[in-house]
Design a protein around this ligand. Structure first.
Ligand code: PHE
Ligand code: ZN
Length: 576
């Protein structure tokens, strides 16, 4: 594969890598995990629909996890404070789980007996929970050293590490593994001190100390509510490059990038990128980092590019490590882009997260847009835009034109892992870019500010983002949401004529959205078109007025002429 391809298609590249690995694993046929529970029809792949979304019956308020990391098995204890959504209801509480050995379940300190719960291969159901607030304690045994799925808790080059997005947390303990369950976590980790000197999780380090038998422990607390897909744990022999960032309100943030000792010298560019990203988010969006510590860990075995776990980002080594002897310009650019991307998720993804996985583009489209803008501001805006557009045309247009075409906000899925696509990421970023085109930088910023004001600490939808952009600007976005629900690349045709006597330039637009699988008939889209005119010498021509929806509108601002204007193509055919 050409180096350029690798950068352009990094997402698909990693996905292909994952499929290859799965095939490899099947071929090697490792010993199966112990079967503890009855198989059920629940195992058959099931299609999940956006329209079937239901609020959870129970919320989780706090989660205390304890990990006893061992080389044969790991014991995970969780203590969850559970609140029914509707006071007094005691409907069954269904928890997700996969590849777990259940050791015990307690409700309000009382061990449950066989008839009190129902265990299937992928669910644990507490049949009649107490009607008010209660505590649920679950102990499971897991086998990270045998976990080759790279989801949940697994070992990579001798170190423990986790990957929970999208649905990996259920391989650690029984839980409501869905992003609208947001809780505060504490995490205690115990492990052998010489094998695993570094023990990391989300948030702030509260305590650490030695234990008997050559072991030690740490206690982490994350003060921010988060969905379980942002949980992370890393344990092993790692060294760090340490630095510091002072936020604009004067708080000191410790920055650490963790790798095996020999790789620490290769993390200089990653650290530069992190500090640049932190500064940029303050300058451009007024967004400050919210904890005293930010960790990045580079691991050699990692399916995707990187993961934005709260304050503990985990990266595929190739997106952190660079040395001037071997790294290309494109390698440096990819590190800047992905370090920025994961850092920016702290606000767009973590502080405000997705209600369900159909909303993936809410965080990914927006965060790709933000990393594109960051790379533009750090380098050449024009070069960056050309490369982003060619990436879209090379890899997203074919997806939209083929059998895998799906909307930015899909209507259904069978396996969520398959939805990390160029459509959700790159086309989703273009939808966000259109808000900025329509509203200008200041209007877009007003929309972002309102989005955070309304939704900080919540799990929300693409429609909520749309509403924040619209309401902050009193804007009329007509049928803009089609960009989220309708698949396919619209084809726009334009013809033009100029009336020299009347000084009037006329454009005729028509648009057509091709049919895609499951969507044979399409509605017209809202297509913003930025228009400017050049004279024969290539200079911008002043524009005085434009016909808009049949009415003549002046576009000069005061005595200043305008050099460009935004046309709104909303119908199948339109004259401007
Ligand atoms: N959320 C990650 C990102 O885009 C991508 C990812 C998805 C990583 C699923 C691992 C698993 O920043
Ligand atoms: Zn992302």
């Amino acid at each position: 594969m050409h180096v350029y391809d690798l950068i352009v298609h990094s997402l698909t590249y990693f996905q292909r890598d994952k499929q290859d690995r799965r095939r490899l694993i099947c071929a090697v046929a490792t010993e199966p995990l112990p079967k503890q529970v009855e198989e059920s029809k629940m195992d058959a792949p099931k299609e999940i629909f956006l329209k079937d979304y239901k609020l959870p019956d129970y919320y989780f308020d706090s989660v205390d996890l304890t990990f006893l990391l061992g080389d044969e098995k790991t014991i995970v204890s969780s203590k969850i404070t559970v609140l029914p959504r509707v006071e007094g209801s005691s409907s069954p509480l269904v928890l997700d789980g996969a590849d777990l050995k259940l050791l015990s379940v307690k409700v309000n300190g009382e061990e449950l007996k066989n008839g009190d719960y129902h265990l299937e291969s992928r669910h644990l159901t507490i049949l009649s929970p107490p009607s008010g607030k209660f505590t649920l304690e679950i102990v499971t045994e897991i086998y990270p050293q045998k976990n080759t799925s790279l989801e949940g808790l697994y070992k990579s080059s001798g170190n423990f590490c986790t990957q929970c997005e999208a649905e990996g947390f259920r391989k650690i303990t029984y839980y409501q593994d869905r992003p609208d369950i947001m809780a505060k976590y504490t995490v205690r980790i115990e492990a052998d001190k010489s094998l695993y000197p570094v023990l990391l999780s989300n948030g702030n380090l509260l305590e650490q100390g030695d234990l008997e038998g050559g072991k030690h422990y740490v206690l982490w607390e994350d003060p921010f509510k988060k969905p379980c897909y942002l949980f992370a744990l890393v344990a092993g022999q790692l060294e760090s490059r340490d630095d510091m960032f002072v936020t604009r309100s004067g708080r000191n943030v410790s920055l650490r990038i963790w790798t095996p000792a020999q790789d620490v010298p290769k993390t200089a560019h990653a650290m530069y990128s992190l500090k640049a990203a932190m500064k940029w988010d303050e300058d451009v969006f007024g967004l400050e980092y919210d904890l005293d510590l930010f960790n990045i860990v580079a691991v050699p075995d990692f399916d995707m590019g990187a993961m934005e776990n709260k304050s503990l980002n985990i990266f595929n080594s190739k997106l952190v490590l660079a040395s001037p002897e071997t790294a290309s310009d494109a390698d440096y650019a990819a590190i800047l882009r992905v370090i920025g991307h994961e850092y920016f998720h702290n606000w767009t993804g973590n502080r405000v997260t997705c209600r369900d996985w159909f909303q993936l583009s809410l965080k990914e489209g927006l965060t790709v847009f933000r990393d594109q803008e960051f790379s533009s501001d750090m380098g050449s805006r024009t070069v960056k835009r050309i490369s982003d557009v060619s990436r879209l045309r090379i890899s997203q247009f074919p997806q939209d034109a083929g059998p895998m075409a799906h909307p930015v906000q899909p209507h259904s899925y069978i396996k969520m892992d398959n939805f990390y696509t160029v459509t959700v990421y790159q086309k989703g970023a273009e939808a966000v870019r259109m808000y900025k085109t329509l509203l200008g930088s200041q209007g877009f910023r007003k929309g972002m500010d309102l989005y955070f004001k309304r939704h900080d600490g919540q799990a929300v939808t693409c429609e909520d983002f749309f509403a924040a952009m619209r309401d902050a600007n009193d804007a009329d976005f007509a049928n803009f949401l089609q960009w989220y629900s309708q698949a396919g690349t619209p084809l726009v045709k334009v013809t033009s004529s100029y009336d020299a006597e009347a000084h009037t330039f006329t454009l005729k637009f028509s648009q057509e959205v091709p049919p895609t699988p499951g969507q044979p008939v399409k509605e017209p889209m809202f297509i913003p078109v930025v228009l400017g005119l050049l004279d024969t010498s290539g200079k911008d021509m002043p524009l005085s007025s434009v016909y808009h929806d049949g009415a003549l509108k002046s576009i000069a601002s005061g005595s200043q002429p305008a050099y460009s204007t935004i046309l709104r193509v909303t119908k199948v055919r339109a004259h401007r």
